[in-house]
Design a protein around this ligand. Sequence first.
Ligand SMILES: O=c1ccn([C@@H]2O[C@H](COP(=O)(O)OP(=O)(O)O[C@H]3O[C@H](CO)[C@@H](O)[C@H](O)[C@H]3O)[C@@H](O)[C@H]2O)c(=O)[nH]1
Ligand SMILES: [Mn+2]
Length: 711
Amino acid sequence: MLKAPFHTSKPSPTRWFYRIYTLVYTIAIFALVYHHCCNLIHSPSFTTIFLLIADLVLAFLWATWQAFFLNPVFRQVFPENLAQVAKENEYPGLDLFICTADPFKEPPIGVVNTVLSVLAYDYPSEKLSIYLSDDGGSQLTLFAFMEAAKFARHWLPYCKKYNLMDRSPEVYFGSNPSFFPETSEIQEMYKNMRATVKKVIDRGTIDLDQMNCDRTIKAFSKWTPGFTRHDHPAVIEILLKNNVDKDVMGHYMPNLFYVSREKNRGTPHHFKAGALNTLIRVSGVMTNAPIFLSLDCDMYSNDPNTPLRMLCHFLDPNVDPKLAFVQFPQRFHNINKNDTYGAEHVLETRACTVGMDGLGGTFFMGTGGFFRRKVLIENPKESQKIWNEPIQSKDVSTLAHHVASCTYEDNTKWGQEIGFRYGTLVEDIYTSFRLQCLGWKSVTCNPTRAAFLGNMPIALNDILAQNNRWYMGMLQTGLSKFSPMTYGIKFMNPLQALCYAHYHFRAFWSIPVIIYALVPQFTLVNASSIFPKVSDPWFPLYVFLFIGAYAKDFLDYVMNGSTFKRWWNRQRIWLILGCSSYPFSIVDWLLTSLGMSTFEFNVTSKVSDSEISKRYEEGVFEFGVESPLLLSVNIVAVLNLFAFSIGIKHVLINAGTFEELFVQLFITGFAVLNSWPLYEGMILRSDKGKMPPKTTLKSVCVVLVIYLAFF
Ligand SMILES: O=c1ccn([C@@H]2O[C@H](COP(=O)(O)OP(=O)(O)O[C@H]3O[C@H](CO)[C@@H](O)[C@H](O)[C@H]3O)[C@@H](O)[C@H]2O)c(=O)[nH]1
Ligand SMILES: [Mn+2]
């Protein structure tokens, strides 16, 4: 029995409020559906059918969203109590997986910082191994890591000596650190390393003549002339060896491996899921730690004690034997003051994770998840590791290259029943869904000081493209035989399945958004009323439904520590996504299902232009590029402005129509209010991030054509 607990959990006191709210709102939805049905019987028309469809989809998404709030559980961990069961040298081994895919979109110096931040974890170094997966197959990345390994010899002892919290050198030196005797020397080394790496990246090649070490030359000799990122043999390099490499203070260092799996054009590589599965196998051969962490290359560690927090769950003698992973929700370092694009995902990363925790476990977010290895492999007892040989031996190397080959997975269950699951662009959420259907559990750990901090796009089009990818990925599995609504409801807690369903079908939010962005507007131009007028007994129901949904959403935001402006921006981005990324995901899904297109994981760019960053800091929308995603949003904005002006004209000419057209005017006015940054981008701005004039022109033309065709 433990004297003091490692972790505690308590149900949220707000759950009763949410349960009552859900009940009341559900009754209101039924009343609305009844009202629609009456309308359909008495005055059937396309408009009534459209509105019914829109409201049914809204009701479905609302209902699935409520599942997150019915039984939230808050957990706390107490790493200081760990000493009761384990001394440091009894901690389990830990393999850390970091994925990168493109040296130009993900600058290696950023990846180096992520790696250094975890290499310097407060964890016994003989238990720690870092594996970098390079899907870009780039010698530039390998070069950067060779430099990083040299710098780590100075950086690690420095972090530990002064017990730094920020162990990403870029963050540390950028934050006016306190001055210790070695500080300026280390800073100088860091700057030199950064400059060396940058020079090589800018030049685009490695100058082998300048290398004076045979091993290094041998490593780079694998980049033969036929070597491309899509076609190359596996490259596995040991950059730091535990028990061999020491830092400048004479302490052994963790292992550091560079892994670029074999690629050839004819073999599908399954994007990040494929990369992670390769790492599971390569690490199985090399170190075979019972726990591994999956981390994106842009998510540096913000707290060196994170592994201990994770151990509070895994080392608990009363741990649920079905506990598969501990998820540290994603948090970001580059969000501006009012979170212009709602990229912080306040509810998804806070309320939703604790919400699912009370239902059997949260989903895996792709990064910040510590897994038990045995959960993702076939037969944990059959270890691949060659125990009696050191990791640098020939046999180990041959086996590691073998498991990183393209053909290794042929006729195996990898990606289907073991490892990270294939067949979708959102391998993370899908894998956790499949695991939880098998009875595995997960827990959320969200300490006040973020465990990891990542990067979000800061240009609107990048945000839209990222969402397009996510929700296309969700549909791939949401509409497969592993749908949460069929398979999920059968094999997991049904409320947990509803939570998954919410994410998987979020793209359908575009149906009501598009209907509400067009139908009330078209009818407003004609001055024909489609909603109850203000004095109608049904009118208060509409008011209740609107305010009930918006006010609750706002409350959730504030209760999760956010602000009014951030909430406002998030609800705006919801409307924008509803007429861009979401419908595009549905179209993409249709085209891929019909075999008319293939899907691709477009890596988000982590490079930021200083002008764009400046505008983002000021909270100004970044349009700048011409893209179908932006065009569709802009068309809707122009159309609503146009319809609103005509609506106002009607009311001014005949004040009697105000009461009848009120709801339509309100919806259109609300859209206009939300579209304000787009009008600014079209008319008032002259900077490079303004709406491209061609996009404005096209939008106006489309709206004119619609007007001439229909009115
Ligand atoms: O073929 C690929 C493609 C991507 N990646 C890596 O995957 C990570 C995530 O890619 P990113 O472009 O940053 O995508 P995001 O949309 O920011 O990522 C979110 O969504 C992804 C699923 O779409 C999850 O995998 C991520 O963990 C989650 O942070 C990065 O480290 C990439 O290097 C690979 O290793 N191989
Ligand atoms: Mn990312």
